[in-house]
Write a protein that binds this ligand. Structure first.
Ligand code: MTE
Length: 311
């Protein structure tokens, strides 16, 4: 039996519940919850003021990227393949109402309105490095909750071995989806144990604010030890499945993008090295860390696996 969202969804009620959610996370600036840069010309985007953050650096001591950097340099092919064009194109993308469906091999399939999801799983701050497969990186103070909380609540069946995620399919609202070269919607997947790992979060905000559309509002995955393309944006569907899902990138270029996509400086992309990266805001390239610096926490997931074959 599907659980139907309890409340009648109106943009106003969502706005109010988001406000309550933001209050719930504590020292968060509420001013300026209007999520667009009012008055900015259509072809530009100026980030609003960031909210408060608990920390100023990651655990390695590297400073956070700025809110401006994080919200204006984006990969979101549903809007544009031009990183700087994404934010202005996504500015008016409506993320209310929004429902997330969780099903497949679970005992308790659910349809949850985003405002109920935000209420049910309080957000915590996680400062993570994001390493894009293209060779750039940022340090981002995410707000979100461990995916394992949601998975535990839907109770995976014994046969569930993978989690499959899907982005909204709506070419009217996501103009990039009119590009027939890609097999829309954007799909990603994780092995169930990866999905259950405490580092894996569903993000609902960053820099003390709800997510802006360009960062994957209202709900996006963040898996910090994997290349950024695994961190699928604007999720509407989560399914527990028996077989390894085929992601959009695996379908588009299987020789270049595999299922695992663990950050690995020793395994080059077929067209470029992955040994170094450019931190956005820095000039010199820096060495890329195995598992993006999270090896201590996640290496055991891959014990005995050939990381070259399972790229
Ligand atoms: N999710 C969807 N639905 N569509 C995309 O094009 N791009 C991915 C990932 N998630 C993408 C996506 C890539 S390549 C990266 S590097 C990150 O989002 C970028 O996230 P950011 O723009 O919030 O930094």
């Amino acid at each position: 039996m599907m659980k139907i969202p309890s409340s009648e969804i109106t943009p106003e009620s969502i706005y109010r519940s988001r406000r309550q959610f933001m209050r719930g996370i504590g020292a968060v600036a509420l001013a300026g919850l209007g999520l667009t840069a009012c008055g900015a010309p259509a072809d530009s985007f100026v980030a609003p003021e960031p909210g408060a953050v608990a920390g100023q650096a990651d655990e390695l001591g590297d400073p956070l990227n700025s809110y401006q950097q994080i919200t204006t340099y984006n990969n979101f092919y549903e809007f544009s393949t031009d990183k700087q064009a994404v934010a202005p194109l996504a500015r008016d993308f409506q993320t209310t109402p929004w429902t997330v469906t969780i099903g497949g091999l679970v005992k308790k399939p659910q349809m949850i309105a985003i405002e109920d999801l935000l209420r049910r799983y309080p957000a915590e701050e996680r400062i993570y490095r994001l390493r894009c497969v293209e060779g750039w990186s940022m340090v981002i103070p995410w707000l979100g909750f461990p995916l394992r909380f949601l998975l535990a609540d839907v109770e995976p069946q014994a046969g569930a071995r993978y989690v499959r995620f899907e982005t909204l399919l709506d070419p009217e609202r996501m103009p990039g989806q009119r590009d027939a070269w890609y097999n829309w919607p954007y799909v990603e997947g994780l092995r169930l144990d990866e999905a259950m790992h405490d580092l894996t979060i569903l993000s609902t905000g960053l820099y003390g604010r709800v997510l802006l559309p360009q960062n994957g509002a209202p709900l996006r995955l963040v898996v910090p030890w994997k290349y950024g393309f695994k961190s699928i944006k604007s999720i509407v569907k989560i399914d527990l499945v028996a077989e390894q899902p085929t992601s959009l990138w695996m379908a588009a270029a299987p020789q270049e993008y595999g299922f695992y996509a663990n950050v690995n400086p020793n395994v080059p992309h077929p067209r470029w090295s992955q040994a170094t990266e450019r931190r956005i805001g820095e000039f010199e390239r820096r060495p890329t860390l195995m598992f993006n610096g999270y090896g201590e926490q996640v290496a055991a997931l891959y014990a005995g696996m050939d990381l070259r074959a399972n790229y």
